[in-house]
Design a protein around this ligand. Structure first.
Ligand SMILES: *Cc1c(COP(=O)(O)O)cnc(C)c1O
Length: 545
């Protein structure tokens, strides 16, 4: 492996362990896995994040199916106070910050920032909580505070990695410091760019944050930029993604297809970094059950491996069924196909696609098909909550075939991606940038049944590692409503067809299914691991070319 420059990795959230809830979803899980692998590989990557007083919602289903959001305090027994003091400005006033180091779960350095004074704690009170002013204050703390922390610690950072636009204030602070020299703004940007890399995560335009320049001025981080200068960097209104693209020497999407989508999406931005792709991965020691690894150690005869692989799978499935029974009272069958689907409740992910045709779903139920769902809606996302409500209602009406597990988190994610038989993913293409839950499933011998979106075009060998749901239609327009209704119907019909023609017949033959499980594991355990991901970041993104 080539030597890696010293990297500082900035992210709003880190998914390290269910007990340390400073993450919301995919972005955080990715960042947690990235830092874990960087540590395993002894790479000089330092993580910067925020010490959230409360994590994202703990979302439970109360009596009568009411969705309740709870916000337990972050348990701080895994962090240690650092002996440094730094300061940022928010709304023009000084905010002293302290820093914590995460002492468990990973061997790389991860530092979390928090306001020193009680009166400033509103900033990190709740992950993705508050309004747009809170968000900007959080981003100032992460970016400006992060750079100042690295200075205070004497870190000789060579590459600043902005994981998503949230970190762009780090670039503004580096410009202010004239860290890499230059006098005019454009000269300073040119010099800075050699040291900044940027990862974009969302092909959904609304997911890309923009701020009015008025508000940027009001939230005054005291960095000394005029409106005109800010506009040069991020446009007006100020787009965090455009700023990230302009301040970086290279940018990347998180799967090959997402790279293409992002290049198309941002091609109008002048002065933007070239966008390549680095496909996401997941931390194998975290996500692959040890029983899978034990079953497949190479010195065993194939029949024994098969027997142990099947036994391990059935055991993990029993564990999931026990959780379903405990949480919902529903008793699912161990010997019937169990489809898993767990995602954030966003409309484009189409959680209820499979439920759309009453006759077809009845027919699947008659063949014994069972579906286990999980997912959270953002606390203020009413459409997302309505979707969860529809899934709960479907589970209530079909208690033998559909279950919904509340509070999708790292623990439920691990249980489900180990214990389901197949992992279903049917987003509206190309809106799923990557999707990493399917990689966790694949590593546990749970084949994917998925639309060819995100990472799946890279992993799918139809009928071997899992199945595709149809072929992409180049005429689809994911943003045209008439078009999406047509695409939804087509994809739903294709989904039923592949279940009837391929998945159910394969499940009926143990030897055939074991081949799928093996192929799924073999395909995923290196190519979709975060070790491979981090090595790709080093070779393609971190190393200057
Ligand atoms: C893996 C994981 C995700 C990301 O998976 P997607 O396939 O992108 O939805 C989100 N939340 C949790 C709890 C996870 O474990």
């Amino acid at each position: 492996m080539v030597p890696c420059p010293r990297v500082a990795y900035f992210c709003m959230e880190y998914g390290l362990d269910p007990a340390f809830a400073i993450y919301a979803g995919g972005l955080g899980v990715l960042a947690g896995d990235h830092m874990k692998s960087a540590g395993d590989l002894h790479l000089p990557v330092t993580g910067i994040g925020l010490m959230w007083d409360e994590g994202y919602t703990r979302q439970v289903i109360g009596v009568g199916g009411v969705i309740e959001d709870q916000y337990p305090k972050t348990v701080r027994d895994v962090v240690r106070r650092l002996d440094v003091r730094i300061e940022v400005a928010v709304r023009g006033k000084k905010v002293p910050l302290r820093a914590w180091k995460v002492d468990r779960y990973l061997s790389s350095n991860l530092y979390l920032l928090e306001p020193e004074r009680e009166e400033d704690r509103w900033i990190t009170q709740r992950l993705y909580g508050g309004g747009v002013e809170d968000r900007l204050a959080q981003e100032i703390e992460l970016g400006v505070g992060g750079v100042r922390l690295l200075n205070a610690l004497g870190e000789k950072t060579e590459v600043f990695h902005f994981n998503e636009g949230h970190a762009v204030f780090a670039g503004l602070e580096l410009l202010r410091q004239q860290r890499f020299g230059g006098t005019t703004l454009s000269e300073r940007i040119d010099r800075l760019r050699a040291h900044v890399v940027f990862t974009t995560h969302t092909p959904v335009p609304a997911g890309n944050e923009v701020h009015d320049l008025d508000l940027m001025r009001k939230m005054d981080a005291d960095l000394g930029f005029t409106d005109a200068e800010l506009e040069v960097i991020g446009g007006d209104p100020f787009s965090m993604t455009i700023a990230g693209l302009r301040l970086a020497r290279i940018a990347n999407g998180v799967a090959e297809l997402h790279g293409e989508t992002a290049r198309e999406m941002w091609k109008h931005v002048d002065g933007a970094a070239p966008i390549i792709s680095v496909t996401n991965g997941v931390h194998q020691p975290t996500w692959q059950d040890a029983r899978i690894r034990a079953a497949l150690v190479p010195d065993k005869p194939r029949e024994r491996q098969d027997a142990e692989l099947w036994a391990a799978h059935q055991q993990m499935k029993s564990e999931l069924l026990a959780e379903i029974a405990r949480k919902t009272g529903a008793h699912f069958a161990l010997d019937r196909l169990l489809i898993g689907f767990a995602r954030r409740a966003a409309a484009y992910k189409r959680a209820d696609l499979i439920l759309g045709d009453p006759h077809a779903i009845e027919r699947l139920f008659d063949q014994g098909v069972q579906i286990v769902y999980s997912g959270k809606a953002h606390p203020r996302d009413l459409a997302g909550k309505a979707l969860v409500g529809r899934l709960l209602e479907a589970a209530r009406r079909n208690a033998r075939h559909i279950a919904f597990l509340e509070n999708y988190d790292l623990r439920i994610g691990a249980l489900m991606t180990r214990g389901a038989d197949v992992w279903l993913n049917n987003p509206r293409r190309p809106l799923e940038a990557s999707g990493t839950s399917g990689m966790k499933a694949a590593m546990n011998g749970v084949p994917n049944l998925s639309v060819l979106d995100g990472w799946w075009p890279e992993g799918c060998v139809h009928g071997v590692t899992g199945w595709k749901i149809g072929d992409p239609d180049p005429d689809d327009d994911a943003f045209d409503e008439k078009d999406t209704a047509r695409a939804d119907k087509r994809d739903r019909d294709l989904l039923y067809q592949v279940l009837d023609d391929d998945v159910l017949p394969a499940y009926a033959q143990r030897a055939r299914w074991l081949d799928l499980m093996r192929a799924s594991i073999a395909m995923s355990q290196w190519r979709f691991s975060s070790d491979r991901q981090v090595e790709d970041y080093v070779a393609k993104v971190y190393l200057p070319r």
